[in-house]
Design a protein around this ligand. Structure first.
Ligand code: CP
Length: 371
């Protein structure tokens, strides 16, 4: 290996040094951190996602897309449960003509025999053109990227959820959904964005906050139970990047006072699988669904619709338990199902960007009058 794991890990957490390790030929290669992209790169990926979405509805456009990654193979290695992320990576690759394999029970691979991460991913790189990984260990994806960085046959590694720390591609699709929702209101800049729930253990919430540092929101408001409030590491990072951070511990009083100001509410579930006794990757078993739900104080009750504007965007990365009642689906700003579908477009856009095909896709959409 040309660089030790500790050096690799330290360098990717240093804004001045990470680009040399995570990008190749000016394009993302290892996708590990929400903060690894510039604003311009994030906006370009949103444009690519829109181009793919529109081309997919056009007969010639769909044929064109199928040629983009034809012949490529994607390995999806998921050591934690997933409905949306795994299937949208597969669907996104499919839209571009790649084929995918999903390993969702890691015990069926040689990890169960004690094989190292390095040997496993180097083996997979012999058969696949990209590796997508979800793992309960915060560092699994970074270790996989490090092993391939120093190998003779590297392939891109994309984190699909790393422990409690990051869910980069969720943040990308959430940003795309926010941009789409604020399209006629000047984008994310100047908006008040509330993130509600278990911030300490929710990688989607944390990654969204990190990606917002590339923009100029008016403020990020975290509303969470005290035990699950954002840690100093996250809030210090946000403040260093000139984000106004407000922390509140009760939802209803805050909505009564500030609800008309808020532009987007991002609900999250309590991550009870991480409760004491829950093994990494083996969620703690709770007796019934009611045990998994949020306390009433962190439920966006349907009567709170009267406290927010009609254009307040309501999002949730899903899965949800009780924290976002179905009645919110009648609210004009409810975009949760659009958010799910955007996962497929944004993950396709990421594959296209990694493969240097984004420019060609946008140009084709423009030529067909779709943008
Ligand atoms: N949002 C999300 O990560 O969902 P899954 O756990 O179903 O992939």
């Amino acid at each position: 290996m040309s660089i030790s794991y500790e050096e690799f890990r330290s360098a990717i957490h240093d804004g001045a040094r990470r680009r040399a390790l995570l990008f190749r030929d000016g394009r993302p290669y290892f996708v590990l951190l929400s903060q690894q992209f510039s604003r311009e790169e994030l906006e370009a990926m949103c444009d690519t996602a829109t181009a793919i979405r529109r081309l997919d509805r056009h007969r010639d456009g769909r044929e064109f897309l199928l040629g983009i990654l034809r012949g490529q193979r994607v390995m999806n290695l998921f050591a934690q449960p997933s409905t949306r992320t795994a299937q949208s990576f597969i669907a996104g690759a499919d839209k571009l003509g790649a084929t995918s394999t999903l390993v969702s029970d890691i015990q069926t691979s040689s990890f169960a025999k004690g094989e190292s991460i390095a040997d496993s991913v180097r083996t997979l790189s012999s058969f696949f053109d990209a590796i997508v990984v979800r793992h309960p260990d915060d560092e699994f994806a970074t270790q996989a990227a490090w092993a391939l960085h120093g190998s003779a046959r590297p392939v891109p590694v994309i984190s699909a959820g790393s422990g409690k720390s990051q869910h980069v591609t969720q943040a990308l699709l959430d940003l795309y959904t926010l941009n789409y929702s604020f399209h006629e209101r000047g984008g994310v800049d100047g908006k008040h964005i509330a993130i509600v729930g278990d911030i300490a253990r929710n990688r989607a919430a944390r990654s969204l906050a990190l990606v917002l540092t590339k923009f100029n929101p008016a403020a990020i408001h975290f509303i969470s139970p005290g035990d699950f409030a954002p840690g100093d590491e996250l809030t210090d990072y946000l403040r260093r990047h000139e984000i106004t951070v407000e922390i509140h511990d009760e939802l209803e009083p805050w909505l009564r006072e500030r609800g008309r100001e808020v532009d987007a509410i991002y609900m999250t579930r309590l991550q009870k699988e991480w409760d004491a006794g829950g093994e990494a990757g083996q969620p703690k078993q709770h007796a019934n669904t009611s045990e998994l739900g949020a306390d009433d104080a962190y439920v966006l009750r349907s009567e709170y619709r009267l406290l927010v504007r009609e254009d307040c965007v309501i999002m949730h990365p899903l899965p949800r338990i009780n924290e976002l009642p179905n009645e919110w689906e009648q609210h004009p700003g409810f975009v949760v199902w659009r958010q799910v579908r955007n996962g497929m477009w944004m993950r396709a856009a990421l594959f296209a960007t990694i493969n240097g095909a984004a420019g060609e896709i946008v140009a084709r959409a423009q030529r067909l009058g779709l943008l």
